[in-house]
Design a binder for this molecule. Structure first.
Ligand code: HPA
Length: 236
């Protein structure tokens, strides 16, 4: 047990999928894993461990925003020995060619500030995905026929941005979408020599104002779960 995760040692698999929403963790575990068992419910941040094609997997909610994800990812890495951490979540589209429901696989995650800024200080660190996971996720997404974009995203501290000028500069520099967790996940993975990736569905678009209808969210989320599992276990 850690401060925020009630699982016993050994209850957490070396491969962890991390949706922001704990109920999404439950839904994914019950729909995609065999023998899914609840391993954490501290603060309602549900986590389940089961198997996929014979491989052990944990699906653990991260909460919203980098400070919350940082707590769970730190404990998963340092206390439970998680080796592969894949965020599955949503993002806002920032380029005209990026449409609602499209998948973004984040090669890099830019940020202004993250929980790691305190130790990186003056360094503009470039949080980067694990190449082997990225390559396997792209292969899986393309095999599925999903419209997929691969490139840089922006991890924001705010959902309700009051800085249109910032969004404009990010779009100008080719950033595909905005979410709130990946930069810290990539930075922690780098620090602890683990593998990390963020796979995102475009749920809304900053320029067009379009948003994914609620009834489509489940299917899009399911596609991401499958891509994440195939990326984690490419030979399965
Ligand atoms: N901004 C930040 N995070 C998000 C968004 C957004 O527009 N959409 C989904 N996650």
């Amino acid at each position: 047990m850690t401060i925020h995760i009630g699982a016993n040692p050994g209850d957490i698999a070396q491969t962890v999928l991390m949706p922001g929403d704990p109920y999404r963790a439950k839904w994914a575990a019950l729909n995609f894993l065999n023998d899914a068992t609840l391993v954490n419910e501290v603060r309602g941040m549900l986590g389940y461990t089961g198997t996929w094609n014979g491989n052990r997997v944990t699906i653990q909610g991260s909460g919203m925003g980098m400070p919350s994800l940082s707590i769970y990812a730190n404990e998963l890495i340092t206390q439970y020995n998680a080796q592969t951490l894949i965020r599955i979540g949503s993002c806002g589209g920032m380029q005209p060619q990026v449409g609602i429901r499209d998948i973004i696989i984040a090669m890099t995650a830019s940020t202004i500030t993250s929980p790691s800024s305190g130790i990186l200080r003056e360094i503009n660190f470039a949080p980067t995905a694990d190449w082997s996971l990225l390559r396997a996720a792209v292969t899986a997404a393309e095999a599925k026929g999903s419209t997929t974009h691969i490139g840089g995203i922006y991890s924001s501290d705010v959902f309700y941005s009051e800085r249109p000028d910032l969004d404009e500069q990010l779009t100008r520099h080719g950033i595909l979408g905005v979410e709130m967790e990946a930069a810290e996940l990539y930075t922690l993975a780098a620090r602890h020599k683990r593998r990390a990736l963020a796979i995102l569905t475009v749920s809304d678009h900053l320029q067009t104002g379009e948003a994914l209808p609620a009834e489509d969210r489940e299917r899009s989320f399911g596609d991401m779960v499958e891509i994440a599992l195939q990326a984690a276990f490419p030979q399965s």
